[in-house]
Design a protein around this ligand. Sequence first.
Ligand SMILES: [Ca+2]
Ligand SMILES: [Ca+2]
Length: 213
Amino acid sequence: MRTESGAVPEQPTHVRVLWDDEYLYIAFECVDTDVWATIDERDGGLWDEEVVEVFVDDDSDSRTYLEYEINPLNALVDLYVLNRTGRRDAIKFMLDWNSSGIRHAVRVDGDPRRRGSRDRGWAAEWAIPFGDFTTAPHIPPRNGDAWRINFYRIDRGDQDEYSAWSPTGAINFHVPERFGTLVFSTHTVTRKDRQNGGATNERYTSRFVSADD
Ligand SMILES: [Ca+2]
Ligand SMILES: [Ca+2]
């Protein structure tokens, strides 16, 4: 949904989440008629171009969280964020922080280096080691553990589009009290669960199969 309004975006995004004892796996699939990025380096300003992002508040304090970004060239941003007041000018962005052991990959259906090309979309995946989450209640998570999290995307075009899993009500992703809740479950989601409406809620993930948004 568009983060400022909750409206349906022009360019849809799907996110899937899985986990095991070592990693949190996150996959984005982005429909995109013009995939675009130029930045290659770690911790570069990916947010100025097209990017997908995940913010993880593993102790649900709405003040400190980890942020990960990938662009269509598979450049990575990872940082620790201190956001006590919610005021943009008071946020501390600790880009020097680096995940150890993170893995990530992209697949582009189109030409990301040429703006204005006719493309179809792109996908990005992270395997984030649970060792990153030093303030989580349990590592690995236990059945029923809930973390605050949000998934975002920036798409550039005639009209820039800012999408969020849980809309923040503004073109501002740094609103931790508006993050959604990710519930870790050891239950495997089945087709029947989906049909019954159980476990299809976007606020739910399972050990092996995730509801998607
Ligand atoms: Ca695009
Ligand atoms: Ca970093």
